[in-house]
Structures are given as C-alpha cells and as structure tokens.
Write a new protein. Structure first.
Length: 222
C-alpha cells in the first residue's frame, strides 16, 4: 500500500496538555507512517475477534454516548465525552484500566476495520510522539475516505458519513482515549452526508457480552 500523509490537523490529548506544550514551547514533532501489525499481532487480533471480546465495550460505549446526548450523566459504565470541534461531529471514548491496554488497542483496530466495511478506504495511518517534562504523548491517527467509485448517473458520489477520523491517544504509554469523528464534504458532486449517529450505530451497536465473552477479557488485556 502506498503511503499518503494525513492532513496536518493538530491532535491534542486534552486542553491542559495543549496548554502545557504551548507554554513550554516544545519542538514540534512531525507525523510519520505508523507501523502495521506483525503476523503474530494479526493472529492475536483474529483470535480476539473470533472470541467477540469487543462486545464487552462496544454496546456500553454506545449506550453511554446516547445517555450523554440526552443530557443524562451516568456514573456507571464507560466514560464518553462529546467532541467539540468546529465542522466535526464525534466523541471521545475513554480508556478504563479494567479493560487492559491490549483490549483497547484491539478495539481501535476493530473500529477502523468496520469503517472500511462500510465502503471506505484508509487514506492514511500516521503517528506522532511529543515529549515535555515527564509527559510523553503518542497519537496514532487514521483517516478514511469513501470509495470514489460509488457514484450515481447524475455524477454525485456517495460520501456516506463524510470523512471519518479515528485517533488513539496515549500518555506515558497508557491509553487515554479513542477519538471517533466525521466531517462532511460540502461540495456539489457529493451527496449529503449521513449523520454521525448513523455511523456510530453501524460500528458500535452490539449485543451485550455473554459470560464466555466476559471471561476472555484478561487473556487479551496485556
């Protein structure tokens, strides 16, 4: 696969990290191509998928998002925050230590796979590391674009949900959150974009985990 660099969008952990790096004037680190899974990692991910371990979190994240959208703050279940960026819709899905870093990284990989299955291709897969004082921030980002072949006779191409952004942010080696967002393309030769909620349903809506699926969490936690 040829490498296409991601657009130079700034990616920050949280406001306090953004302010810290700006205040200390840390040298800017460039984006580089992210490593693809090794055969052993791919085999382990396949086992994780086969065990449907993802059902432990996709449904709860989906429910937490809709509770938040409805103005209901729940102390139970995973933490979700709405993304507040101009021209984008999305959410932050926060890591919980009970998941284990391995499961969270598998989840990040699964989300990208499911976006591709909706008629997208991955336009880029980059990472960037920044260091300041005792903080080490690593961001892995992916950008997905709709397949350009899905066009009507009128010449308008189906943009589906628009451009899809998927980011994984880690601080000092510990996952912090997954950011999942869309921004529509406002051009005449594209159809109107479907809603972010529709994308979230297609990717996250899963039945509750069974006892057998819950029992596998520890096996993939590391």
């Amino acid at each position: 696969m040829s490498y296409h660099p991601c657009p130079a969008k700034t990616v920050f952990v949280l406001d306090f990290l953004q302010q810290l790096f700006a205040r200390r004037r840390a040298p800017a680190a460039g984006w580089q191509p992210a490593a693809e899974p090794t055969p052993a990692q791919a085999q382990r991910h396949a086992a994780w998928l086969a065990g449907r371990v993802y059902r432990n979190w996709l449904g709860p994240y989906y429910k937490a998002y809709h509770l938040l959208k409805g103005g209901i703050a729940s102390r139970r279940g995973p933490r979700v925050e709405l993304l507040r960026e101009e021209h984008r819709q999305g959410a932050l899905f926060f890591y919980e230590p009970s998941m284990g870093t391995g499961n969270f990284e598998h989840l990040f990989q699964l989300l990208g796979t499911r976006v591709v299955q909706l008629g997208y291709y991955r336009a880029c897969h980059d990472h960037r590391q920044r260091e300041q004082a005792n903080l080490r921030e690593l961001t892995v980002k992916q950008l997905f674009k709709p397949q350009p072949t899905d066009c009507t006779h009128s010449g308008r191409c189906n943009q589906r949900f628009g451009l899809v952004h998927l980011d994984l942010v880690l601080v000092n080696g510990e996952p912090l959150f997954i950011r999942f967002s869309t921004n529509p393309v406002h051009e005449a030769h594209f159809t109107p974009a479907q809603s972010f909620e529709g994308l979230l349903q297609a990717v996250f809506d899963e039945p509750a985990a069974t006892p057998a699926e819950r029992a596998q969490i520890k096996a993939f936690a590391a």
